[in-house]
Design a protein around this ligand. Structure first.
Ligand SMILES: NC(=O)c1ccc[n+]([C@@H]2O[C@H](COP(=O)([O-])OP(=O)(O)OC[C@H]3O[C@@H](n4cnc5c(N)ncnc54)[C@H](O)[C@@H]3O)[C@@H](O)[C@H]2O)c1
Length: 321
């Protein structure tokens, strides 16, 4: 169940059964009030705060969270609620999926990226030895509650990362959504952007939950993006933005660069492109020497294309500064 609306976090108990032990997981960068609002609505709420940042998506923090649940005698009838961005959602969802072989999970995403993308679709997990999302599960939340009011406190650079993922959805699946960005209307249309992205993600995931076909479209920009992410330490959304540029046809590429610049996102890399290339070859999306990519020539449409390593290097060079 997906509920969205301004102020919906204050009514979480109406959408999701909080009358039981509830482990509310948040991170140290999320304003405390959001998690506290959910804890208050529960008959037996517990708060678990992880440090902000990708480093918390790891075995030590997974173990701490599971141990906390055990200490508080959580059983199969209890639940986990994530209140935060993709980091909190991925870790808390994974913990819910493996504690006693799976207990209920609810997600209250509070970053734009998590509201338009990561909270939907059931991918959970942690990183392993610097490799992103290497350990995880597909585990659908019982409820996702999206409150755009929580974005009022989100720093501008995090908003930009969310917009990058929304541009990804627009380019591949929704040309009207891309128009909003081309007309610089994102800040006055945030609710509409969220709604449109949710519809896209839901539609794609319903057709292909396990990413064996259509869902791979959501990896648009991610092959090169993940490579940049592991080399530079830039944020996920910033890297996806960069990774989309080479994957567009020539005309669209110019339009995309204008949109990204307008959003305040980088459109070129100064890091070692060979290192980006090597990182991609270690990525899980490489298959038999060919690397699967998603290409877009016209907004709202896409095609899959497998490229040889040499071609990939050429693509990366398109964003080298
Ligand atoms: N599961 C999926 O399908 C999926 C999809 C895309 C990305 N991801 C994962 O999501 C993660 C990135 O998520 P993210 O971009 O949300 O980053 P994040 O979770 O790290 O949050 C970004 C920062 O914003 C802060 N924050 C969160 N909400 C806030 C608010 N309302 N006000 C002020 N500060 C707030 C956090 O403390 C954090 O410092 C990555 O680990 C990525 O792998 C998962």
């Amino acid at each position: 169940m997906i509920g969205s609306g301004r102020g919906i976090i204050n009514e979480a108990g109406k959408y999701f059964d909080l009358d039981r032990r509830v482990m509310v997981v948040t991170d140290s960068g999320v304003p405390e009030d959001y998690a506290a609002t959910v804890v208050r609505q529960s008959s037996s709420g517990h708060l678990h705060v992880i440090p902000q940042g990708e480093g918390s998506k790891s075995f030590p923090y997974l173990e701490r969270l599971l141990s906390h649940m055990l200490e508080e005698r959580f059983d199969r009838h209890d639940c986990v609620v994530a209140v935060g961005g993709g980091v909190v959602g991925d870790l808390a969802g994974f913990a819910a999926s493996c504690y006693m072989r799976g207990i209920d999970f609810c997600n209250v995403p509070t970053t734009l990226l998590s509201q338009v993308d990561s909270s939907i679709g059931g991918k959970t997990g942690i990183d392993l030895c610097g490799n992103k999302n290497m350990v995880g599960s597909f585990y659908q939340p019982k409820a996702v509650l999206i409150d755009p009011d929580t974005l009022k406190t989100l720093p501008a650079h995090e908003m930009r990362c969310g917009y990058a993922e929304a541009v990804k959805m627009a380019l591949t699946c929704d040309s009207d959504l891309f128009k909003i960005f081309e007309e610089n209307g994102q800040d006055s249309h945030t609710d509409e952007i969220i709604t449109r992205c949710l519809a896209i993600k839901k539609g794609v995931v319903e057709k292909d939950e396990r990413e064996s076909g259509l869902r791979r479209v959501l990896n648009f920009g991610h092959t090169i993006g993940h490579g940049i992410e592991s080399v530079t330490g830039l944020r996920h959304g910033e890297c996806v933005a960069l990774g989309m540029i080479p994957m567009c046809g020539n005309d669209l590429r110019k339009r995309l660069v204008r949109v990204l610049k307008n959003l305040g996102l980088e459109t070129g890399i100064t890091c070692d492109t060979d290192a980006v290339y090597s990182a991609i070859l270690h990525d899980k999306k490489t298959d038999g020497g060919l690397i699967e990519t998603v290409r877009v020539d016209v907004p709202g449409s896409f095609r899959f294309e497998s490229v040889r390593p040499g071609e990939l290097q050429e693509l990366i060079s398109l964003i080298a500064e």
